[in-house]
Each structure stands twice: as structure tokens, then as C-alpha cells.
Design a protein around this ligand. Structure first.
Ligand code: SF4
Ligand code: SF4
Ligand code: SF4
Length: 161
């Protein structure tokens, strides 16, 4: 039964760009980011790219976020929240392209997941299927680039009271 009092909305990645961890809400971000690129230069894994309108956004296609906070330190503008707060509400989502769903054994995503948020469920006559524990997933994106069929996307989970 659906809990009407507390619903979780999942927004697909393509609906809105993913900003850096600890950024303020999108409207405030767009109003204050000067597109100076200092965060892009500071990010060692090079996952911050120049996105739509020249605003920085996250691209997990080659690497993951290490939560090093270098983007936060480098930015001269008020577009980041306190690093004592949760970095973001991003969670990984596995879609139908997953090899295990085609009965092909693959554990690449699980091997890359440091918080061990991906577990494999054994099913008779099938390859073990990956399942993401959303409470454990920190949204680092490490599982995205290692998936041979690009079956993993990052989505923003927004809680509505
Ligand atoms: S926290 Fe570090 S790795 Fe993550 S986006 Fe910022 S600079 Fe890049
Ligand atoms: S460092 Fe701050 S102001 Fe400059 S582009 Fe990055 S988020 Fe925008
Ligand atoms: S985003 Fe990071 S923590 Fe979440 S499932 Fe993928 S590798 Fe694990």
C-alpha cells in the first residue's frame, strides 16, 4: 500500500543536470554561479564538465565522485551548502540493459561499489541479479562507467512530506 504521507519522487538524470555535491537548490545555483570554471579545474577525477549554458555539471561516464570537497573549496560564490550536510540525494538505478537480466553473469557494478550497496540475488535458472540498497548508496557514480552496457543511471531522490 502506498504511503500517501511520504512519497519519494525519482527524477531521471536527463530531466535536469546533476550539479556538484553540496550545491544549493537549482534556482539559487543558477543565480549565483558565475561560470568561472574553478570547480572544473579543481576536480581531480575530472567529472565536472561545462554543461548547458556553460554551467558546471557532473558527468559520471568516465569516473566517480570521491567527495574530496575540492570543488567546494575552490568556488568563490555562495553556491555550496555546509559540508556537514548530506552531499546530495543521488542514487544509482539499474535498468533493463543489465546483462544479468539477459542471463549473462556480470558483477562489474558490485565490484566497483565501495559502500557495498549492490548485492546479487541468486535466482534459479538466471544469472544473479544486482539489487541496490538505496540507504547504502552514496551516489558516488562509480558503478556507472564500469557497466559494459551503460545500464546504470544516477537519479535524484527527492523526499516529499
Ligand atoms: S567532491 Fe571532489 S570528486 Fe566530487 S565533484 Fe567535487 S571536486 Fe570532483
Ligand atoms: S567555481 Fe563556483 S562560481 Fe565558478 S563555475 Fe564552479 S560553481 Fe560556478
Ligand atoms: S553510486 Fe556508488 S554507492 Fe551507489 S551503487 Fe553505485 S557505486 Fe555503489
Amino acid at each position: 500500500m502506498i504511503n500517501q504521507g511520504r512519497r519519494a519522487l525519482f527524477r531521471p538524470q536527463q530531466d535536469a543536470p546533476i550539479r556538484m555535491p553540496w550545491t544549493v537548490v537549482e534556482n539559487d545555483f543558477l543565480a549565483n554561479c558565475t561560470r568561472c570554471n574553478q570547480c572544473i579545474d579543481a576536480c581531480e577525477p575530472k567529472i565536472i564538465v561545462k554543461g548547458s549554458g556553460g554551467f558546471p555539471s557532473i558527468d559520471f561516464s568516465h569516473n566517480e565522485c570521491t567527495f574530496c570537497q575540492q570543488c567546494v573549496q575552490a568556488c568563490p560564490e555562495p553556491v555550496f551548502r555546509s559540508i556537514d550536510e548530506q552531499p546530495w540525494q543521488l542514487k544509482a538505478q539499474i535498468n533493463d540493459g543489465c546483462l544479468a537480466q539477459q542471463r549473462v553473469e556480470c558483477r562489474s557494478c558490485g565490484d566497483s561499489c565501495e559502500p557495498q550497496a549492490i548485492r546479487f540475488k541468486l535466482t534459479v535458472g538466471m544469472a544473479a541479479l544486482p539489487q541496490i540498497d538505496l540507504d547504502q548508496c552514496n551516489g558516488c557514480g562509480a558503478c556507472v562507467s564500469v557497466c559494459p552496457t551503460t545500464a546504470i543511471t544516477m537519479i535524484s531522490k527527492q523526499e516529499k512530506q
